[in-house]
Design a protein around this ligand. Structure first.
Ligand code: MGD
Ligand code: MGD
Ligand code: SF4
Ligand code: MO
Length: 820
């Protein structure tokens, strides 16, 4: 069982503790935190003037006090080379989270690198290179010169097609405006790299092309809209677990009716009641359960559709809405095009839709009414929210568009209480030169690697072995190709650089791949790399990003990076300089000159070169202004200054003008066409179990920090796979037993978690976990724009062993702690 060892007393932050603005660097929500630091051999007192909270700590504090922190929020870190105490606690003044932490963000303290307290000792502290048959530490110069030299030689041989890049495109840790700009400048401006992919999909494309092509950018509302909506229509988003404090601080008040006063105040001319919610998800999530508890069952509809059938469901809802005339005629007239054609093309028979989706005709009609039926003669306000159940779902492009069709038809884009939005994953922080040269559809990069293409791979903060589709085949080929280079390298003395480069190039010509991994910890893909470069992460460098309502903040540097690690932007700068030198030495000054312009000394220099110059409103944004605007920041785009305050934009598209040439939002024809990606229907026909997959509250992403956090590893030594009681019996399983999940794509393992609410033959497995990679059984099938269907996976399951020792202490209680 998880417990905090050696902590029976925590120091009191003194009144003069340094205070830093922090945005939690995990999920999209971007909760505001404050980091308090002070000298390690001091602490504050209980008197209000003696502690940083200004509270009388000699007395019992009230239940909702902010003058409090938990052991998980605390650590001892280094600041300017000296040990200091640190407390990273949620900020009550931040409008995003109003002082709430989550089970992830509230551990920012203990997830920091600390030599004094032994946390995150896995962090990379120096550049590593492959020599003497292992990874060994070296200097930045040595490592970067090797990377630059091999990169140049590969480009000389194969053109820029030979350089394959994997890079995050998000905000938060492993991203942010500084780092996306730096990597973008290197690969899109100094070079014109085409064979590049994003962290979460195997090509360089939008995951929501569908909505963008209609002119509707995907983060178009504000979190307050969830408090103002009459109805929230939530598709494939398990927001209690994945956008936790957005759900708790902005959805729950509406469902409870506590945002009614706000509704009446802001929208006085219409009737109001507590919010309702419709959730589309094949499985009953804890979000569904929490909504039933908060709103009452009569205000919640869970449409438990068959996996991958969202599209026909949306078309059916659209059909009802159109037939009833529950549309916003004035808006359709003034701000859109193609309505009639869309309704004609997408019309479906409700009986047919019910058959395909498994949802009754009555529930389809009820959902349509809750979304669009006028209330007391006024238009109903509905917020449409979707995330990976839709985005990584069947026929992504059209399904996305089918949802936007309903939002537009009902006049819910650009209006209070509306929006048609991604719930989001990471924070955002995209600032890069044009990627137009990549083309559309973009190259399917994983397949290039699998098919022996490319000679060198640069990886920025991605661990494809855990997180890509078709991961089993990808890893097998990757290992073979990188091993070829390792064997060649082992034959020459490392110090003989000229001979080493020849050996590497020889292996590459024979089909090998040279791999460079930039990360903060050792990764699975990094095990096959030849050079590993240590990055500093959020809090160890200044970093800007925006959240799901485009709220931009600066996370201030509050601690030293581990060892020699550096912010990604400065690693890019170092690499660009080495590339310049390498091309110059090779007698190609015209190419060398393209790598000028990286003389950044700090991450702020990268920010000024990128965001400030290139993003809309960027001229108003400086670190100093962001710092002064604290954890509330402003909502992008910036439109000007009010004194020294940046003025932002609460909602997009409020003027009814959209991002198309004619400024109209374009409705889309999106007829249903079954399981669309290659091989999916055959896989479904062949294997008995749906292997639905995704996230759980405790774990952040591929567990890159959690894998060394006692609390998480103790709860999830192995990834869980939720199974119905009937399936447990049929497979001869007891709680915690080890199972193998396998199909034609590969195999993986997990721990059986009996789940009373699971439907028979519909399993749900934790994704991306180091001790069992769900992606191993995901097929390579993608849509025509190379968007994967991680969620539509079918496989067999068999028992491997009785519950191993590591899971015997676990509880297998239902995740639904109570029922409505
Ligand atoms: N089966 C299945 N697969 C999926 C998904 C799914 O739902 N199902 N979802 C997909 C989605 S939405 C996502 S976002 C991806 C995630 O896929 P990835 O982005 O590959 O995984 P992460 O764990 O988020 O982070 C990758 C690496 O970034 C490193 N990192 C963290 N901070 C920094 C930093 O400051 N600098 C650098 N250089 N590195 C850093 C971490 O140590 C980690 O090794 O997985 C995708 N894969
Ligand atoms: N705790 C935690 N929070 C996170 C993350 C994390 O790792 N841990 N990661 C962050 C990131 S990068 C991302 S992208 C987001 C993802 O946030 P979400 O999209 O909310 O998370 P997932 O669990 O991937 O998938 C959501 C739901 O999609 C459902 N689903 C599966 N198939 C279908 C389908 O065919 N149709 C519909 N409608 N639904 C389906 C699943 O049952 C699941 O409940 O979470 C972010 N927040
Ligand atoms: S909800 Fe997201 S941003 Fe907020 S504390 Fe949790 S992980 Fe961090
Ligand atoms: Mo994501």
């Amino acid at each position: 069982m998880a417990y905090k060892r050696f902590v029976d007393r925590l120091p009191i932050p003194p009144a003069d503790a340094k205070v830093h603005n922090v945005t939690c660097h995990f999920c999209i929500v971007g909760c505001g935190y404050k980091a308090y630091t002070w000298d390690v051999n001091r602490q504050g007192g209980t008197g209000p003037s003696e502690n940083a909270f200004g509270a009388d700590l000699s007395r019992q504090q009230e239940a909702e006090t902010a003058a409090w922190f938990s052991p998980a929020m605390y650590n001892i870190i280094q600041q300017d080379g000296k040990d200091v105490h640190i407390v990273i606690k949620p900020d009550k003044e931040c409008v995003v989270n109003s002082g709430l932490g989550s089970i992830r963000g509230a551990r920012l303290g203990e997830l920091s690198y600390s030599e004094a307290r032994g946390t995150q000792q896995q962090r990379l502290t120096s550049p590593l290179v492959w020599r003497y048959s292992g990874m060994h530490p070296t200097s930045w110069d040595d490592a970067l010169e090797l990377v630059a030299e091999v990169t140049r030689r590969v480009v000389e041989d194969q053109g820029e097609e030979g350089l394959i890049v994997s890079a995050y495109d998000h905000g938060g840790a492993g991203g942010g405006y500084e780092n996306t700009w730096a990597t973008g400048k290197l690969y899109f401006e100094s070079m014109k790299v085409k064979n590049i992919r994003i962290h979460n999909r195997p090509a360089y494309n939008s995951e929501v092309h569908g909505t963008r092509d209609m002119g509707v950018g995907e983060l178009n509302n504000c979190y307050e809209d969830a408090e103002l909506a009459d109805t929230i229509f939530a598709v494939g988003t398990n927001s209690l677990e994945t956008q936790t404090n957005y759900f708790l601080n902005h959805w729950v008040p509406n469902l409870r009716g506590t945002s009614l006063a706000k509704k009446k105040e802001q929208l006085p001319d219409e009737p109001h009641e507590a919010g309702r919610i419709v959730i589309v998800d094949p499985r009953r999530t804890v979000t569904v359960n929490a909504c039933e508890i908060e709103a009452g069952k009569d205000k919640v509809v869970h449409l438990a559709i068959n996996s991958g059938t969202d599209l026909i469901l949306f078309n059916a809802i659209m059909t009802v809405v159109a037939d009833k005339g529950w549309i916003d005629k004035a808006f359709i007239e003034a701000s859109t095009s193609g309505y009639d054609a869309m309704v004609g093309a997408n019309r479906v028979d409700l009986g047919e839709a019910a058959k395909v989706t498994g949802v009754s005709v009555e529930d389809i009609q009820k959902a349509a009414a809750w979304i669009a039926e006028p209330k007391g003669g006024k238009r109903r306000r509905t917020m449409f929210a979707y995330e990976k159940g839709l985005i990584w779902g069947n026929d992504n492009y059209r399904t996305n568009q089918a949802l936007v069709n309903i939002a537009l038809a009902t006049g819910n884009v650009g209006r209070p209480g509306g929006g048609c939005v991604r719930m989001g994953g990471h924070q955002e922080g995209y600032s890069r030169p044009s990627d137009a040269h990549v083309g559309r559809p973009a190259a399917y990069v994983d397949q290039l690697i699998i098919n022996g293409k490319g000679g060198i791979h640069h990886i920025w903060g991605c661990d494809h072995f855990k997180t890509t589709l078709n991961a089993s085949e990808f890893r097998n080929v990757y290992k073979q190709r990188t091993d070829m280079v390792k064997y060649a390298m082992a034959k020459v003395p490392y110090g003989d650089r000229a001979a080493m480069i020849e050996a590497i190039m020889g292996a590459i010509k024979a089909g090998g791949l040279f791999s460079v991994d930039v990360d903060i910890v050792p990764t699975k893909i990094g095990e096959d790399a030849h050079v590993v470069l240590p990055a500093a992460t959020a809090g160890e460098a200044n970093l800007t990003s925006m959240n799901g309502e485009r709220r931009m903040r600066l996370t201030e540097r509050y601690m030293d990076p581990p060892g020699q690690s550096k912010p990604d932007s400065l690693i890019v700068a170092g690499l660009a300089q080495k590339l310049e030198a390498s091309w110059r030495k090779a007698g190609k000054p015209e190419i060398a000159d393209r790598f000028k312009g990286y003389d950044w000394k700090t991450e702020e220099d990268a920010f000024l070169d990128g965001y400030a110059k290139h993003e809309k409103g960027g001229q108003f944004v400086t670190y100093a202004r962001l710092r002064a605007m604290g954890t509330n920041g402003f909502q992008e785009p910036a439109t000007g200054l009010d004194g020294d305050k940046i003025v932002g934009t609460k909602r997009l598209f409020t003027d009814g003008k959209f991002s198309t040439d004619d400024k109209k939002a374009h409705f889309a024809a999106t007829p249903w066409r079954g399981l669309q990606a290659e091989g999916k229907q055959a896989e479904k026909d062949k294997y008995p179990f749906l292997i639905n997959n995704g996230r759980t509250n405790h774990v952040w992403q591929s567990a890159y920090l959690d894998q060394k956090d006692e609390f998480v590893v103790d709860r999830w030594p192995l990834p869980f796979i939720e199974l119905s009681a009937a399936d447990m019996t049929e497979l001869g399983l007891k709680a915690g037993d080890l199972v193998e999940v396998f199909n034609g794509n590969g195999s993986t393992q997990a721990m059986a978690y009996p789940t009373p609410t699971a439907k028979p033959k519909q399993a749900f497995m934790l994704f991306a976990y180091p001790t069992g990679v769900q992606g191993n059984v995901v097929s390579k099938g993608v849509n025509e724009l190379v968007i994967p269907n991680y969620k539509q996976t079918w496989a067999s399951i068999r028992k491997i062993a009785d519950a191993p020792e590591s899971v015997r202490h676990l509880t297998f209680k239902s995740q639904e702690s109570r029922q409505a």
